[in-house]
Design a protein around this ligand. Sequence first.
Ligand code: NAD
Ligand code: LMR
Length: 337
Amino acid sequence: MLSRSVLRSLTHSSRLFSTSAARQQKVAVLGAGGGIGQPLSLLLKLDPYVTSLSLYDIRGAPGVAADVSHIDTASEVTGYPADKLDEALEGVKVVVIPAGVPRKMTRDDLFNTNASIVRDLAAAIGRVSPEAHILVISNPVNSTVPIVSAVLEKAGVYDPRRVFGVTTLDVVRAARFLSQITGSNPQDTVVPVVGGHSGATIVPLLSQTEQGKSLTGEAYEKLIHRIQFGGDEVVKAKDGAGSATLSMAYAGARFTNALLRGLAGEKGIVTPTFVKSPLFADKGIDFFSSPIELGPNGVEKVHPLGPLSPSEEKLLAACLPDLKKNIEKGKAFVAQS
Ligand code: NAD
Ligand code: LMR
């Protein structure tokens, strides 16, 4: 079981746009014209920690920026067209990346297209704003985070405390789906979800939640499956037109706010995110999502998983080999580039 203080902070981080004393920051969205990028830009315009918003896309970012800029919050918004990536990255502290194609089948299908998009954006960040914190939404996250990390490493500017895979949507779904079964308030239903972000690599730790720990049998199996394959529900319902965009924008804005609060010095911000991690490095898996404490330098502390139930041990055993392959695929892509 995670310690009481970690669980309390996970609860706290489940609210969008919590504020305390704000030290505001410049934030860029790369892929701001897309299905996630547009609502994410809208939500970031509402975040009191964002002082300046830099919106970039190969299509449509100036239009999104003009639109969002009319909202009556204090932050400045600028849109940048395809040939102005370097300008978009000037002076940014946080870069959120939802650029790339959404899937039609498995997240791994996206690899070929998104790997090069993410690689090239990471190279630009390494060159123009090497101290920025990078929040990767583009799929497959299990591979795109190792790609971003390897590109920065090649450029000699890699700091593992500043590269994050955004897995918040899994946490959001787990809270919502569990609350639908138990009748609890989803905002107070805190489920640590660890591992990676696709199918069997998504490992919800229901034994560590007040509301979920007594769930067993078919109800438990069904809920685990729904959390692991929640993305499929949306892909099917959109009938080939794309994947989750609105819930993802919410999740991305929530994780960005958590990071900004950590950067501003707020204590006790803990949330799962996919980062360079020592937890399974001895098994050759050097990226993993577990509850991470965020602070002025980004990752402050990688929390261990805590005791797992026998069912969770099985989920973890299924996660690790898939995750390892996904990470290796990302690394190999950069090595061959
Ligand atoms: P979308 O096609 O609606 O938008 C993607 C945007 O990226 C487009 O506007 C496109 O012009 C832009 N783009 C393409 N190449 C670019 C480049 N080189 N530089 C800047 N912008 C570029 O797709 P979407 O639905 O917004 O999804 C985006 C990505 O997010 C997909 O890979 C999807 O799988 C992923 N996703 C991740 C999660 C998660 O939980 N991490 C959840 C949902 C979707
Ligand atoms: C999700 O979890 O909804 C995203 O990763 C998009 C997808 O491809 O399922």
